[in-house]
Design a binder for this molecule. Structure first.
Ligand code: SF4
Ligand code: SF4
Length: 498
């Protein structure tokens, strides 16, 4: 009989000394066994699963951002175009503005009568911080003159009559995989700059500047959210050109020195699956399926959802170790580095009051009118034409403005789809404050602006507004909040207050 059972057999309440030692030993042994088994379980079972299936789409239902809205399915219009493949369209002539990036306009380096080739530089950048502009068709320059522009009113543009032959510029030379592998980060950034690549999500910020980060970069985030209602061009890019998205992401990582890449996709399980498949050979690229919520694709919201980090007010993503680029930008980078091709075309969703809504692969400089005519023409009388989507887009002055590098969509409203609304009095319901993803107070800013209290607008940080439109969307009194806050922001900028 052992010491422990011996003590029990004698009916004592106290264990003999050697039994106590055995008990302590058993406790120690059982704890040791428990921790050992836990270790073995995690090391030999959980870790290999994570390692081998690490490329699986992460479905994080809890990671998102505060504020924002959930547009109803019938309000987002995506159903009309999301199944429409990208159709190639090249018009009879293109109008290519000399300013298509955040910076100084280019100087035209061609004149009327010149023959130009597809991909030939036609606008020289003002400095190494700016990017050049290239011909998006081959043909004859018929004018170099001021033409309507999406945001700049009138802008100097090169008008080219398309000869329909797409004769390429001799500078377009593909690189072998070995040549691409040997490129250093600064060489990659130079190629990206010379190809005229800018943020194609709408910001048009030169991509090479964004990649030239001085500090440490933990994450490159590829923005595949495309949360804006009506737009589905990025969705189609991910479905149809997933390999280019992943190749571009890997090049962007190398160019900015990021350790890891996360491709964030809002909903769109088919796109997430396609990208996951394309990323099978790229260990450092992960796919993250995000919650459907507007504006999930705004840079700061995406960073918050994916990393939990908060970009400081007025700061850049680099301040929290992140660089964010759009899906279409990644495609353009892959084409520039592997094919030597400059940015001359982009995906554009034509949606709303048009005959056949769809997704087009358009030459830069195609006018809105030509693109809409290719999609069956206007339905009814166009009341409002927007470059981009209905929430963050910019209403254009006329249909003859050309598509620029940052133009992701053409959304058309007629008198039925955009009925005139009358502003009511504020009900003090607070919904606009709840919806603002940046925790601003839209009604207070709006009131301050209308009362000509610009100092108060500054105190309420109107300068931080990203014009997402959530406040206007939720307002039961139909107040034009985002528009007024934007006016306050512009007035502050004009006075150099922020
Ligand atoms: S105030 Fe600006 S950032 Fe806030 S909800 Fe309105 S438009 Fe969006
Ligand atoms: S949502 Fe509209 S009605 Fe409600 S507090 Fe804001 S401005 Fe006023």
């Amino acid at each position: 009989m052992g010491a422990f059972s011996d003590g029990l057999a004698r009916g004592r309440h106290e264990f003999p000394k050697n039994a106590k030692n055995s008990f302590v030993f058993m406790c120690f042994f059982s704890q040791f066994t428990f921790f050992s088994l836990t270790y073995v379980f995690f090391y030999y079972i959980v870790y290999p699963i994570k390692h081998f299936y690490g490329k699986q789409v992460w479905k994080l239902k809890s990671l998102t951002f505060s504020g924002g809205i959930h547009p109803l399915a019938e309000q987002d219009w995506k159903a009309a175009t999301k199944a429409s493949p990208l159709r190639v369209f090249a018009p009879a002539s293109v109008v290519i503005p000399m300013r298509q990036h955040l910076g100084r306009p280019c100087a035209p380096c061609v004149k009327p009568g010149d023959e130009v080739l597809l991909g030939q530089m036609i606008g020289e950048p003002a400095s190494p911080r700016d990017v050049p502009v290239h011909a998006s068709v081959s043909g004859k320059v018929v004018a170099v003159e001021e033409r309507p522009h999406v945001t700049a009113g009138m802008m100097l543009a090169v008008v080219i009559e398309n000869d329909g032959q797409d004769k390429p510029d001799p500078s377009i030379q593909p690189r072998s995989a070995a040549e691409v592998e040997a490129l250093r980060p600064e060489q990659l950034r130079d190629i990206i700059r010379d190809a005229g690549i800018v943020g194609m999500g709408g910001a048009e910020f030169p991509t090479h500047l964004k990649l030239d980060v001085k500090g440490k970069v933990d994450y490159l985030l590829i923005n595949g959210a495309e949360c804006e209602p009506s737009l589905t061009g990025d969705h189609r890019q991910m479905l149809e050109n997933g390999d280019l998205v992943v190749k571009g992401a890997v090049l962007l990582m190398r160019a900015c020195g990021a350790k890891e890449c996360v491709i964030g996709i809002e909903g769109k399980p088919d796109a997430a699956e396609a990208i996951q498949k394309a990323a099978e050979g790229a260990r450092e690229v992960r796919v993250l399926q995000l919650k459907v919520k507007y504006p999930q694709g705004a840079e700061k919201m995406l960073i918050a959802s994916v990393t939990g980090r908060k970009v400081p007010a007025g700061g850049l993503p680099a301040a929290v170790g992140c660089v964010v680029d759009n899906v279409s930008t990644a495609v353009a980078v892959a084409e520039a580095v592997y094919e030597g091709a400059p940015l001359t075309r982009r995906s554009v969703t034509v949606n709303g009051a048009v005959g056949q809504p769809g997704n087009l692969l358009l030459r830069i400089g195609t006018t809105f009118r030509d693109a809409v005519n290719f999609c069956g023409g206007f339905v009814g009388t166009p009341q409002k034409i927007i470059s981009g989507g209905p929430m963050m887009g910019t209403a254009v002055a006329e249909p003859d403005v050309p598509v620029t590098k940052g133009g992701s969509g053409i959304t058309v409203f007629n008198q039925i789809t955009d009925p005139v609304t009358v502003e009511g009095n504020c009900l003090r319901c607070g919904r606009c404050v709840e919806a603002c993803p940046l925790q601003l107070t839209p009604q207070a800013i709006s009131e301050a602006y209308l009362a000509e209290r610009l100092d108060l607008c500054g105190e309420l940080r109107a300068d931080l507004c990203m014009k997402c439109g959530c406040c206007t969307f939720v307002c039961p009194a139909k107040r034009h909040l985002s528009q007024t806050v934007d006016l306050a922001k512009r007035a502050l900028a004009a006075q150099g207050r922020r």
